[in-house]
Design a protein around this ligand. Structure first.
Ligand code: MFK
Length: 546
């Protein structure tokens, strides 16, 4: 028998994740920290079992059957095993309910669960994100009838009463610019609103409810005239006839997720609030799903790095394990430092969300949350693709082979930069968020996080980069085109500054508790540079596009 390579093993995603353990130990009161352990341990176990299943079974995709043998329209979707287990896992471990209790730490505890569950869930987390977002938007609307009707299902701890909600915004006219929405809301003589139109990306089509943007019949064109409606999709165990599934999309990744094109043909609907300003009303949902996007992106990074590190200790090349090869070790350490920065930012957004929602935040922190949410989403989305790609390269040719289970990580990572707003849309949203005193709120936040840090070089770099960002904003304030052209570089820069300050806070805490690794991550992260700003040059751009 010739040589056979040991396959990589997945270390326990909870017990072996020192970054998550240290964050929770630092941020949570001891009793809450201890109570969380059971769920996180179980979700880590599930992730390991799911990885074994991935490696030992043929991958499947959901299948849509539109008609039964007798010509009846059924639109039945057969789901993959992880999706069939989704409701039971979610409710047993209170994934959504955890975030909507009384505690200001609830969102952090929710997203710790999401982080551990995500990869194993095969993107069942996508409709979960939308259900969480719909819950938040319905709460914000203050619509008592809908709160009492939908939320007991969305937040249920019992799989038999649990409902998923979709978010139906994207149409053929636009995913980023929803102002061209063609779906019409028509009010019948019975007073009931009904939706008529076509939604082009529906990733929660197996759900029982959705929030949908539609234009009330007769309303004017544009974004402001859109209204936000709540719909239910099922009646007596069957899909309502007003909802027709046209087809499932054939996507680059997220293959287990049944993303559909649908028709709304008189589906009954209820407005959340006023019959206009639907985008404003759906914004709380967008900000929550963008937080999910960021946490799921770092979950993919964590998985990719964990597999690559494990493999590096098993695989020998040129006479020693890869992990002892200086350049390979350098590559892995660079990945780890970037990951720890992204991890710190994504989880700060999660924690801040809970503190703002529960009224436990400082005055500047609502504005800070508004800014950090798009920054975390856009930066982690891009970084996930980069790190998953780098991790596959750490396996050489094996990283390119389907039944190692590894290529899926890269294919799936590409979605994070697209879902819930592309990098450019989120960069422009961060400009929207920077209006008013938000930059001052960022400075206050950064100062508070890094206040007792020991790494003076890192603190100097953060300060210098913030000053450069201030000068940049001042210099471009009067030229909107120029400000927009440079928005991506500015957003990456602010995301990296915030991450460095958050890493500094964690590094101080961990050093005091005998772990020097976060300080090493901070030093390396800052060494990679914080400033990503570019000077927009409209003439040069025009020449290159000519
Ligand atoms: C596993 C991971 C899970 C992740 C979930 C995956 C789900 C995947 C499914 C999807 O991807 S669904 C598609 C998601 N689509 C988007 O995210 C839309 C992208 N486009 C945008 O984000 C645009 O910026 C947006 C449509 C929100 C607004 O564009 P407009 O038409 O130019 O609107 P405008 O006039 O700027 O904003 C309307 C109002 O909303 C304004 O308030 P006012 O009416 O009071 O002036 C804005 O301030 C407010 N607004 C917009 N974005 C906001 C916001 N408010 C708070 N937070 C925001 N993020």
């Amino acid at each position: 028998m010739g040589f056979l390579q040991d396959p990589p093993q997945l270390p326990h995603p909870y017990r072996s994740d020192r970054t998550l353990l240290a964050l929770l130990d630092r941020a949570l009161p001891a009793a809450r920290r201890a109570a969380l352990d059971v769920d996180l341990d179980a979700l880590g176990d599930y992730a390991q079992t799911a990885w074994q299943r991935t490696c030992s079974s043929v991958r499947r995709k959901p299948v849509l059957t539109q008609w039964d043998a007798w010509g009846q329209r059924v639109d039945r979707i057969e789901l993959t095993p992880a999706w069939q287990e989704g409701a039971a896992m979610t409710t047993r471990h209170a994934v959504l309910a955890a975030g909507h209790g009384d505690s200001a730490h609830g969102r952090l505890e929710e997203f710790a669960r999401v982080y551990l569950y995500h990869v194993a869930s095969e993107f069942y987390t996508c409709p979960l994100a939308m259900t969480d977002g719909a819950t938040t938007a319905i709460k914000a609307s203050g619509n008592r009838e809908l709160i009492e009707r939908a939320l007991p299902h969305f937040l249920s701890r019992d799989a038999s009463t649990f409902w998923l909600s979709g978010q139906w915004m994207t149409e053929n006219t636009g995913g980023s610019d929803v102002g061209g929405t063609e779906t019409i809301a028509r009010r019948g003589a019975d007073g009931q609103w009904r939706l008529h139109g076509r939604k082009w990306f529906s990733s929660a089509v197996v759900g029982e409810a959705a929030l949908a943007l539609a234009r009330p019949e007769g309303a004017e064109a544009g974004t402001a005239a859109l209204a936000l409606f709540y719909v239910e999709t099922m009646e007596g165990g069957r899909r309502k006839p007003g909802l027709v599934i046209d087809r499932l999309k054939d996507k680059l990744g997220t293959h287990e997720l049944p993303t559909a094109e649908i028709h709304l043909d008189g589906l009954p609907a209820w407005p959340l609030g006023e019959l206009a300003h639907g985008v404003r009303q759906v914004a709380p949902m967008l900000n929550v799903t963008r937080t999910w996007n960021a946490i799921c992106a770092i979950a993919s990074m964590a998985r990719a790095i964990s597999m690559a590190r494990d493999y590096a200790s098993r695989r020998q090349a040129f006479g020693r394990p890869l992990i002892e090869q200086p350049l390979h070790a350098q590559t892995l350490a660079d990945m780890q430092a970037e990951f720890e920065g992204a991890f710190a930012l994504a989880f700060e957004v999660a924690h801040l969300l809970g503190r703002v929602e529960r009224g436990a935040a400082a005055p500047h922190e609502a504005a800070l949350l508004r800014l950090l949410t798009p920054l975390a989403k856009l930066w982690t989305g891009k970084l996930a693709v980069k790190l998953c790609s780098e991790a596959l390269e750490c396996f050489g040719g094996a990283g390119y082979i389907e039944d190692t289970g590894l290529p899926q990580l890269l294919r799936d990572a590409q979605v994070y930069a697209i879902w819930e707003g592309t990098t450019n849309v989120l960069s422009l949203d961060s400009l929207r968020a920077l209006a008013g005193d938000t930059f001052a709120a960022l400075r206050t936040g950064i100062h508070a996080w890094s206040g007792d840090a020991d790494d003076s070089a890192a603190l100097g770099a953060i300060q210098a980069t913030l000053d450069a960002a201030t000068a940049y904003l001042d210099g471009h304030a009067s030229n909107r085109e120029s400000l927009e052209a440079g928005a991506r570089g500015l957003a990456f820069t602010l995301a990296r500054c915030a991450s460095a300050a958050l890493l500094a806070r964690q590094a101080s805490w961990s050093s005091r508790h005998g772990d020097p690794r976060p300080a090493a991550a901070l030093q390396r992260f800052v060494g990679h540079g914080l400033n990503r700003m570019v000077a927009p040059d409209a003439r040069n751009t025009a020449l290159l596009l000519g």
